[in-house]
Design a protein around this ligand. Structure first.
Ligand code: ATP
Length: 199
């Protein structure tokens, strides 16, 4: 088994690259999805968030991620609190998924905040997707985020240089999908070789 982290700033192309890895045969896990699962109604994550952030984060009885985002992206202390609550739950859920997979699997974990929480994780291989800020902003505007939302999120995250400093490979997503796919295929060849040699 090879456990790979796929990180990158908001709008860098993590989901797009994850999709390509999945077509190549990787088991792709989305930490954002796990982050949603661990705060569903009825979970301990749900209870902990309501206890710490109050009923104001609820909408129709569920946790309203937009309400939480509004709080944490304008207050770093609150963001820290949110991460202290959710990250251990996300890590434990990821471990459970890994344990359920066959030994020969190559697992790719899409994980936006890897640099920010790097001490807490163990990966065999780390990939960063970098893209010029201008291109990321254009992609996110198309997706419907406002300039203020984009600015807050980019400022709250580590930089491309920081992410690259902890990476084994860097994918530069500043061109079309053909160029992106070629880079992912090259890394996939490396990963399958590393996994083969591990056995
Ligand atoms: P987030 O951090 O918000 O989850 P992300 O890193 O997963 O974002 P994607 O959702 O993969 O980023 O990409 C952002 C947008 O840019 C998507 O609409 C995607 O289709 C588009 N996109 C990504 N890479 C390319 C590319 N090389 N060419 C054209 N469009 C792209």
């Amino acid at each position: 088994m090879l456990i790979v982290a796929l990180t990158g700033g908001i709008g860098s192309g993590k989901s797009t690259v994850g999709e390509i890895f999945s077509q190549l045969g990787a088991v792709v896990v989305d930490s954002d999805q796990i982050a949603r699962d661990v705060i569903e109604r009825g979970t301990s994550g749900f209870d902990l968030l309501v206890a710490n952030f109050g009923d104001g984060i609820l909408k129709n009885g569920d946790i309203d991620r937009a309400a939480i985002s509004a709080i944490v992206f304008s207050d770093p202390k609150k963001r820290e609190l949110l991460e202290q609550i959710t990250h251990p739950l996300i890590r434990s859920e990821f471990s459970k998924i890994v344990k359920s997979l066959p030994e020969e699997a190559i697992v790719v974990n899409q994980i936006p905040l890897l640099f920010e929480s790097k001490g807490d994780y163990r990966f065999d291989y780390i990939i960063t997707i970098s893209a010029p800020q201008k291109i990321r902003i254009e992609r996110l505007l198309k997706r419907g985020l406002s300039p203020t939302q984009i600015d807050q999120r980019i400022k709250a995250q580590a930089s491309d240089v920081e992410r690259e400093s902890i990476s084994d490979s860097v994918i530069v997503n500043d061109n079309d999908l053909t160029s992106l796919t070629k880079q992912v295929e090259d890394i996939w060849s490396k990963l399958t070789e590393i996994n083969r040699l591990k056995k």
